[in-house]
Design a binder for this molecule. Structure first.
Ligand code: ADP
Length: 437
């Protein structure tokens, strides 16, 4: 590029030299050379100013810079600018095409998509957002989304800038339409709200829940009858039937327990509000210790540790049942002679209740699936120990209702730790007068 400019300059220099040569040839005296030179330079300067003004006009005008057909410096500059302008136009056209394609793709999505600014005002939305959220174009552009989707739950969730999706929100256009919402931050200033219609899924989920609840309920009465009659039968005089009767009784007990656990799960799934009671950890740990000892019949060394003086806020019945499940698992899965520790301790601002055992431990590949219904590491061992495969599912549901989570750590041959982790909002300072530490 500098070489081309130099070449362009060369022609101007030649012109200057030519003017000087002609001046000398026509006999201009030597002392008039500086004046001639000054005049020639002035003419050059005037010419440059004229070309500069022309370029300026071309660049500022609405039309594209035309191609220059000369070979001088200014023609070079004009052609250079023309090439740059063409490249910029090409880039712009490509970007506009890309943007249009993205918009068309987003507009065609069955999910509602809304672009929001930092104050959650609507910048753009697709057609599905009109159908699912009732947004109208152009009147709703720049309006706050919370003025149009008025559910308090939604406003709370949106202002919290939560990464967790908002499940099962009634659509503003029709409350039979259920939505799942997700907020995705993609720039400092902007976020994308995606709302999916999950009504069909929710209906199927409800059908599944009702089916399980109804079947369990229907099975309960016949099972109670069978169980009752089996208990009444005495195999006196027929010792050969003794083992059969024993097996029948144990299987009917197991079936009854499965039905009870399924009913518990259905109840928990349908549960909205929970009682908010103060649960004294001192009494709870003591009760759990007694239960573990009764279940173990002296086979294990059971200890409790209360390292946090605070109490819990929640449903005494449900939480007790969840912790009992963990204690019962520890006793059932830990061989006699093992140690079981029930520990209540701080966890950041919150607290955790851990059931620690020195049992066989669980291989890492099973850990993520343990809370699935009927998932067992060893089906036969679970059955032998009287398990239903539903205990940890119940624990998970109870904890979810308390905005808490289950954490499982385990090492083969060393033991397992099942911890229920509660946030600070679930903790209460102890009552010193009624319950001295
Ligand atoms: P189950 O009634 O079979 O115990 P759970 O849902 O309570 O069902 O537990 C699921 C599976 O997790 C169990 O079958 C068992 O394999 C494993 N498990 C649970 N607790 C323990 C534990 N403390 N030690 C070893 N394995 C455990």
């Amino acid at each position: 590029m500098p070489m081309r400019l130099l070449r362009a300059w060369r022609s101007s220099l030649w012109r200057l030299a030519a003017v000087l040569a002609v001046a000398l040839a026509v006999g201009i005296p030597l002392n008039a050379v500086p004046l001639t030179l000054a005049l020639a330079l002035g003419a050059c300067f005037g010419w440059y100013l004229y070309r500069l003004a022309r370029l300026y006009r071309l660049l500022g005008g609405p039309r594209r810079v035309p191609a220059a057909d000369g070979s001088g410096l200014w023609d070079e500059i004009q052609n250079l600018l023309r090439r740059r302008q063409r490249a910029a136009f090409e880039d712009k056209r490509r970007l506009v095409r890309l943007l249009r394609e993205f918009r068309n793709a987003a507009a065609a999505m069955p999910d509602a998509v809304v672009v929001l600014d930092r104050e959650h005002r609507i910048r753009w939305f697709n057609t599905a957002a009109g159908t699912l959220l009732g947004l109208k174009y152009p009147s709703d552009i720049d309006g706050p989304l919370t003025n149009l989707v008025r559910a308090p739950r939604f406003a709370e969730w949106l202002h919290a800038d939560s990464v967790e999706p908002l499940a099962d929100l009634a659509a503003p256009v029709d409350e039979n339409v259920r939505l799942n919402l997700r907020l995705i931050r993609y720039a400092d200033e902007q976020s994308l709200l995606v709302a999916r219609d999950v009504s069909q899924l929710m209906r199927l989920e409800q059908v599944r829940r009702d089916f399980v609840a109804n079947v369990s309920h229907e099975l309960r009465t016949p099972l109670t009858v069978v169980h009752g009659y089996l208990d009444m039968i005495e195999p006196e005089g027929m010792p050969e039937y003794e083992p059969i009767l024993h097996e029948l009784r144990s299987q009917s007990r197991r079936m009854t327990q499965i039905v009870e656990d399924l009913l518990t799960l259905s109840r928990l799934e349908a549960q909205g509000e929970l009682p908010q009671e103060r649960i004294s950890l001192r009494s709870l740990l003591e009760a759990l210790r007694r239960e573990a000892q009764a279940l173990s019949q002296g086979g294990h060394d059971v200890t409790t540790e209360r390292l946090d003086p605070r109490d819990l806020l929640g449903s005494t019945k449900e939480l007790h049942s969840a912790f009992s499940n963990l204690v019962s698992n520890a006793v059932r899965h830990t061989p006699a002679g093992g140690r079981i520790t029930l520990r209540w301790e701080r966890d950041g601002d919150g607290a955790r209740l851990s059931v620690v055992d020195t049992g066989p431990g669980i291989a890492p590949q099973h850990l993520p699936r343990l809370t699935e219904r009927f998932y067992r590491v060893s089906t036969s061992r679970s059955r032998e120990s009287g398990g239903t495969g539903l205990g940890l599912s119940i624990v998970k549901h109870v904890l979810q209702l308390h905005q808490a989570r289950l954490e499982i750590r385990s090492e083969l041959g060393v033991g397992s730790t099942f911890s229920c982790v509660f946030g600070p909002e679930r903790l209460l300072e102890p009552l010193p007068l009624t319950e001295p530490a």
